[in-house]
Ligand binder design. Structure first.
Ligand SMILES: Nc1ncnc2c1ncn2[C@@H]1O[C@H](COP(=O)(O)OP(=O)(O)O)[C@@H](O)[C@H]1O
Ligand SMILES: CC(=O)N[C@@H](CCC(=O)OP(=O)(O)O)C(=O)O
Length: 290
C-alpha cells in the first residue's frame, strides 16, 4: 500500500467508497516525457498504477517521450523541428522515434511497474494493429492521425490482469509504414475506442487556467471552446484540450488534466472527494454512479 497517499487521503475509509466506485472502470493515463523525472519519480508513478490495478481498475498507460527523442536525435546530429506542437518526422527521425519510444521509454515504464509488483506488457500501435494511421499533414512527414483502432488486445490484457503500456508509434494502411503519433493524440484515440471512464492527461501545470490565472476545476466542452477562442487556452494546452473534446465526443466519460509532478497525482484524482486538476466533461454522459 502506498503510505504517502494514505496519509494524503487521511483515512483508508475515506478512499474506499471511491475505490469501490471505480471497480471495473477503464482509466487511460497519458504519461508525458516531461512528467517522467528520475527513477524515484518513475517508481512513484508506477506505484499509483499498480495500486489502481490492485483495487480493480483497468489502467492503460500511454506514454510520450519527446525530451528523450530530442536527446537521441542530438547525439545522432539530426535536427529537431516542431510545427504546431508536432515533430516534423522524416525517415531518419521516425526510425529514432520508434527506437526510443518502443525501446528505451516503453521498457523503462514496464520495468518500473514490474518492480512495484504489478504485471505490465509493453506494446506500440503496431501490435495487433492497435492503432492504424494516415498522414496527419504533408508538412509533418511521417506523423500519423489515427483512423482505425483495434482495442481488443487491451481488453484481453485487462482480463489477464495485465497493465498495457502503449508507445505512440503506429502502423499505416500501406505495408511497412511507420507513423509517429503525438502522445496526447494517441491516448485520446485509445480512450475513445475503449469508451474509457477517465482519461488522465498528466502535465507540468496544475490544470487549465482561466483568464485570472486560477485553475478551473470543472469545464464543459463549450467552456473549453470559449477559452480557446479568447486565447486563454494556448500553446501546449491546445492539443490537450482538443484531445479532450474529441475523446468526450467518442464516449469517454470525463477527461482530467492534472499535474504529473505532484506525488500520487492519479490516486488523488480518482480516490478523493475533491479530486485534482481540471475536469472536462459533457452533460450527455453522467459521471460514475455514486
Ligand atoms: N490556459 C492554460 N492553462 C494552463 N496551461 C496553459 C494554458 N495555456 C497555455 N498553457 C501552457 O501549456 C503547457 C502544457 O503543455 P505542454 O508543455 O505541451 O505539456 P506536456 O509537456 O506535459 O505535454 C503549460 O506548461 C502552459 O505553459
Ligand atoms: C508527432 C509528435 O510530435 N510525436 C511526439 C511523440 C512523443 C510525445 O508525444 O512525447 P511527450 O508526450 O513527452 O511530448 C514526438 O515526436 O515528440
Amino acid at each position: 500500500m502506498n503510505r504517502d497517499w494514505i496519509a494524503t487521503a487521511r483515512t483508508l475509509s475515506e478512499a474506499l467508497p471511491f475505490m469501490q466506485r471505480y471497480t471495473g472502470a477503464i482509466v487511460v493515463v497519458k504519461f508525458g516525457g516531461n512528467a517522467m523525472g528520475d527513477d524515484a519519480e518513475m517508481a512513484a508513478f508506477a506505484r499509483d498504477i499498480v495500486l489502481m490495478r490492485q483495487v480493480g481498475v483497468n489502467p492503460v498507460v500511454v506514454h510520450g517521450g519527446g525530451p528523450m527523442i530530442n536527446d537521441m536525435l542530438k547525439r545522432l546530429n539530426i535536427e529537431s523541428k516542431f510545427v504546431r506542437g508536432k515533430r516534423v518526422t522524416d525517415q531518419a527521425t521516425v526510425e529514432v522515434v520508434e527506437m526510443v519510444l518502443t525501446g528505451l521509454v516503453n521498457k523503462r515504464i514496464v520495468q518500473a511497474i514490474m518492480d512495484e509488483g504489478g504485471r505490465a506488457v509493453g506494446l506500440s500501435g503496431k501490435d495487433d494493429d492497435l492503432m492504424v494511421c494516415e498522414p496527419d499533414d504533408p508538412e509533418l512527414g511521417f506523423v500519423g492521425r489515427p483512423i482505425e483502432m483495434n482495442v481488443q488486445v487491451l481488453r484481453d490484457l485487462f482480463t489477464a490482469g495485465i497493465i498495457p503500456v502503449v508507445a505512440p508509434v503506429a502502423t499505416g494502411t500501406e505495408v511497412t509504414e511507420t507513423y509517429n503519433v503525438n502522445g496526447d493524440t494517441a491516448a485520446g484515440a485509445i480512450a475513445g475506442a475503449l469508451k474509457a471512464d477517465r482519461l488522465l492527461l498528466l502535465t507540468d501545470v496544475q490544470g487549465v487556467k482561466g483568464p485570472d490565472g486560477e485553475v478551473v476545476t470543472e469545464l464543459s466542452p463549450d467552456d473549453v471552446r470559449k477559452l480557446t477562442a479568447e486565447g486563454v487556452i494556448a500553446g501546449g494546452m491546445i492539443p490537450k484540450t482538443e484531445t479532450a473534446l474529441k475523446a468526450i465526443e467518442e464516449g469517454v466519460r470525463a477527461v482530467v488534466i492534472i499535474d504529473g509532478r505532484v506525488s500520487n497525482a492519479c490516486l488523488l484524482e480518482l480516490f478523493t472527494e475533491h479530486g485534482s486538476g481540471s475536469m472536462i466533461r459533457s452533460d450527455n454522459r453522467p459521471p460514475l454512479p455514486k
